[in-house]
Design a protein around this ligand. Structure first.
Ligand SMILES: CC(C)(COP(=O)(O)OP(=O)(O)OC[C@H]1O[C@@H](n2cnc3c(N)ncnc32)[C@H](O)[C@@H]1OP(=O)(O)O)[C@@H](O)C(=O)NCCC(=O)NCCS
Length: 192
């Protein structure tokens, strides 16, 4: 298990694309995701851990202590690059403006007041059902606890059955549903 930094942004972006190819963020492409992870992994309150096999990232988890201010802080870290890729995508498909606006108001959609959040967990396909996900999330639990965090949430597409079962097995409490990026989402809460 290794703590991830901005150096790992490329591996994270690639694994994200493989794990959730239908995700809105993935639809913005590798270059955007790379810039996003590069910025995110520089934030002070990020907890990011990865498991490598022969120097290849096989799974990673990323959580944040304060997700309410996250979007603006990510943009501040790497404004030019992120806006460049977004502008390019907007020219190709102007309709993504609605999803981008949804992203800006993302935290206001959440059906709870817990500021900490698990943002992404992904395990490469050939390593799934081998406890990699469990190990990653246990590491995130330890990290959050050490930071004095009492609860965190995670949001997942309702249609992502695998991940819903994963969070349920970990005793995540389903606390609400919301609609974002033209999809229905479940929100789970974990308390320590
Ligand atoms: C969700 C994900 C991270 C789970 O990782 P994993 O390494 O396969 O999970 P684990 O092996 O630690 O499984 C832990 C438990 O979760 C449940 N689970 C995980 N995958 C499951 C599946 N495909 N079907 C049913 N239950 C599943 C099981 O209860 C499992 O325990 P068990 O194997 O003892 O029955 C992985 O499937 C993944 O990367 N999915 C794509 C990305 C994604 O959807 N991320 C979540 C949204 S942010």
């Amino acid at each position: 298990m290794q703590k991830l930094t901005a150096i790992n942004a490329s591996s994270c972006a690639r694994l994200h694309l493989k794990c959730l190819p239908e995700d809105f963020l993935a639809s913005l492409g590798y270059k955007f995701l790379y810039s996003l992870y590069k910025s995110m992994l520089q934030l002070d309150d990020i907890s990011a851990w990865g498991i490598f096999y022969k120097s290849e990232l096989t799974g990673f988890v990323i959580g944040i202590s304060d997700s309410s201010t996250m979007t603006i802080r990510i943009l501040r870290k790497n404004f030019k690059e992120l806006v460049l890729w977004l502008t390019f995508k907007l020219i190709v498909n102007p309709l993504i403006i609605f999803n981008l606006l949804d992203t800006l108001f993302y935290s206001s959609r959440q059906p709870h007041k817990c500021e900490s959040e698990l943002l992404f967990i992904g395990v490469s396909e050939k390593w799934r059902r081998n406890e990699v996900g469990n190990r990653l999330i246990e590491q995130l639990f330890r990290d959050f606890k050490q930071k004095g965090i009492k609860c965190f949430s995670v949001n997942v597409y309702q249609k992502n059955l695998r991940a819903n079962l994963f969070y349920q097995k970990l005793n995540g409490k389903l606390i609400g549903e919301f609609y974002l990026y033209h999809q229905h989402w479940n929100s789970y809460l974990f308390k320590f």
